[in-house]
Design a protein around this ligand. Structure first.
Ligand code: NAG
Ligand code: NAG
Ligand code: NAG
Length: 366
């Protein structure tokens, strides 16, 4: 007789649960419980591959062991990304099946644990010390480009899923996205514009491709510049006003990597401004946003030709407006950590079984 991995895990889990011998009652009461059970369906990571009654038994045993209701998926966030706290954002779906926490004493019960890459120490000394429970999956969470974060040699086969802006992540977590409207609508009104080209930039590095390009482009067109790099820090609100008031915004990424398309693009798209993008190839952009919504720096042989095009569009309103036609059918939205967590949770509801990332470093840093 052959035993599947899920079967082995199941028996191991029963042994583990029986041996601890601790019994604690967690009575959820009639209707409330039924409702929760209904919501459960397949939301249980540890139970993939089990029959319903097997799952029920494991659930019952786990409930007896723990103070928290384990008919909820526990998601533990090990580090807040750059200390930024947030809540899960699950638009249009209910969250009663999810317990989201930063309380590390729930480590042994957590189904998913999120680790934000930039907060992991290279020697892994701030990672969990206790062994990983069999049902638990570790999520590698990262929004930085390979140029902006370091590989950690021992982390290459530590995680079970990736949550990154790359489309080939287990669960992509992007800076924004274009979603389809329920019905097409011609309701776009161009905001008032009093500037042609704007750029807000905080970090300045002579070696960045964007700096080279800017230095050439500015010889041919006036660029309104803001941000710390120009000694003009702008608040979030000021940034919104500025971007909105310009016909074009320079969405120049600080580094060029596949799928690394950030809020620098999604901000102007959502505010009614045309992004002039510098980043990965046009083809790669078109996997994320409509091809007619932006101008790509490589669409022109020289920075001068790009400047000529922008001057031309300044004088040809109808053609300029064609960059907004996508808005009839689509809406641009910014992403968030909370949405990423929610997506990962939903992904786990479909309960894929054993998963592992064996080559994180090669995949991400090449
Ligand atoms: C869980 O605890 C309840 C109440 O103590 C007990 O009746 C039940 O048999 C236990 N279930 C399992 C599977 O251990
Ligand atoms: C963390 O969880 C433990 C176990 O449930 C609980 O005793 C403790 O009070 C919690 N700590 C915080 C800060 O909520
Ligand atoms: C998660 O990945 C680790 C490391 O590869 C592996 O040992 C563990 O079995 C995996 N767990 C699950 C639930 O997939």
């Amino acid at each position: 007789m052959q035993m599947t991995l899920a079967g082995v895990l199941y028996f191991v889990s029963l042994m583990f649960l029986e041996n601890t011998g601790q019994k604690r009652k967690h009575d959820l009461g009639g209707n409330k419980r039924k409702k929760q059970m209904k919501g459960l369906k397949c939301s249980h990571v540890p139970f993939s591959g089990h029959t319903y009654s097997q799952r029920e038994q494991i659930r019952q045993e786990m409930r007896n062991l723990t103070a928290v209701p384990t008919d909820r998926t526990i998601i533990l966030i090990w580090f807040w990304p750059f200390n930024y706290k947030f809540s899960p954002e699950c638009i249009g779906s209910d969250l009663h099946g999810l317990h989201f926490t930063d309380n590390r004493s729930l480590y042994n019960q957590a189904h998913l644990v999120f680790f934000h890459h930039r907060d992991i120490r290279t020697d892994l000394s701030n990672m969990p010390k206790e062994p990983r429970p069999w049902f638990q999956k570790w999520v590698w969470m990262n929004k930085e480009s390979p140029a902006n974060c370091h590989r950690i040699p021992q982390a290459t086969s530590l995680f079970n899923l990736t949550n990154n802006y790359r489309l080939d992540s287990t669960v992509p977590g992007r800076y924004g996205e274009i979603t389809q409207r329920k019905t097409a609508k011609d309701d776009f009104k161009l905001p008032a514009k009093d500037k042609l080209v704007c750029w807000i930039v905080s970090s300045w590095n002579q070696n960045h491709k964007r700096v080279h390009f800017y230095n050439e482009l500015k010889k041919h067109i006036h660029i309104h510049t803001y941000g710390a790099a120009f000694g003009m820090k702008v608040s979030r609100d000021e940034g919104v006003q500025l971007i909105t008031s310009c016909k074009f915004y320079l969405s120049f990424e600080n580094s060029i990597s596949k799928d690394y398309i950030t809020e620098k693009v999604y901000n102007p798209l959502s505010m009614g401004t045309v992004p002039v993008v510098l980043g990965p190839s046009r083809n790669n952009y078109e996997e994320h946003i409509p091809g007619s919504s932006f101008i790509h720096f490589e669409d022109f042989d020289t920075p001068k030709k790009l400047a000529d095009r922008l001057h031309y569009l300044d004088q040809n309103q109808e053609e300029y407006m064609s960059y907004f036609l996508w808005r009839r059918e689509f809406v641009a939205k910014r992403g968030s950590w909370g949405m990423d967590v929610c997506r990962t949770y939903k992904y786990m509801e479909n309960a894929p079984g054993f998963q592992t990332i064996n080559n994180l470093n090669k995949w991400f840093w090449g």
